[in-house]
Design a protein around this ligand. Structure first.
Ligand SMILES: Nc1ncnc2c1ncn2[C@@H]1O[C@H](COP(=O)(O)OP(=O)(O)OP(=O)(O)O)[C@@H](O)[C@H]1O
Ligand SMILES: [Mg+2]
Length: 223
């Protein structure tokens, strides 16, 4: 299998260098892997995810994601919307839009027609078990339901990689497991590469590989 993520000596500083969030990360991830990233608060997990998802740019080293060199690439936003699906701890759904419109939102900039987009959004809504909530505002849904909408939203542009930063951090254990099962099903059926940051060892133990980060470095990597 090809490497979908290749990181060499990646460094990311904040505050003019006084905060070394990533301090020489070396890591390769193959297409179709399900990887959990663990480590204490402040160790650099979200920073690493943000580098892979091109939400922010590293300072030094090398990071190639799905064939794109992210330290030199000019247009990161097109790369991001075509390649990456994001799921965060808080769902960030927009309350003035319906559930289905929230799912469609990341596709507005793509060339997809609105009919096609609606069809795909409906399929996704079905796959997360919420087809009856299409017209509801997210404020009328439970936390677990909202997070399922967020997962559907992450999939609308058919990403090759899903980056999930503590996707179950605000959920109880039942809803947590539902979200993880959803992500696992996708990973298995569609061969999507799944990278999840989590503090929950129940979540991490369902992955194929656990990477531990400490002080901006990989300290353990177990397949
Ligand atoms: N935008 C920023 N500006 C300045 N410092 C930052 C910024 N983002 C993160 N940091 C610092 O970088 C380090 C790594 O932060 P990061 O958010 O990656 O940690 P984390 O492992 O995700 O922690 P947590 O488990 O609490 O989410 C921390 O010392 C943090 O304070
Ligand atoms: Mg974090």
């Amino acid at each position: 299998m090809a490497n979908i993520v290749e990181i060499e000596n990646l460094t990311k500083y904040y505050e003019k260098g006084s905060v070394k969030a990533l301090n020489g990360i070396n890591l390769t991830i193959e297409e179709g892997e399900f990887v959990a990233i663990m480590g204490p608060s402040g160790s650099g997990k979200s920073t690493l995810l943000n580098m892979i998802g091109a939400l922010d740019r590293g300072d030094k080293g090398k990071i190639i994601v799905d064939g794109h060199n992210l330290l030199s690439k000019k247009d990161l936003s097109t790369f991001r919307s075509q390649t990456i699906g994001f799921v965060f701890q808080l769902d960030n759904l927009l309350p003035m839009l319906s559930s289905i419109e929230n799912i469609e939102l990341p596709a507005y900039e793509s060339k997809t027609s609105s009919d096609e987009m609606r069809k795909k959004a409906l399929e996704l809504l079905k796959s997360v078990g919420l087809e009856d909530k299409a017209k509801f505002s997210p404020v009328k849904l439970s936390g677990g339901e909202r997070q399922r909408i967020a997962v559907a939203r992450a999939l609308i542009n058919s990403p090759s990689i899903i980056l999930a930063d503590e996707p179950t951090g605000s959920l109880d254990s039942d809803n947590s497991q539902k979200i993880i099962q959803l992500l696992k099903d996708l990973h298995e059926k569609e061969n999507i590469t799944l990278i999840i940051v989590t503090h929950d060892s129940n979540v991490a133990n369902q992955s194929n590989r656990i990477i531990n980060i400490l002080d901006g470095k990989v300290v353990n990597d177990s397949n």
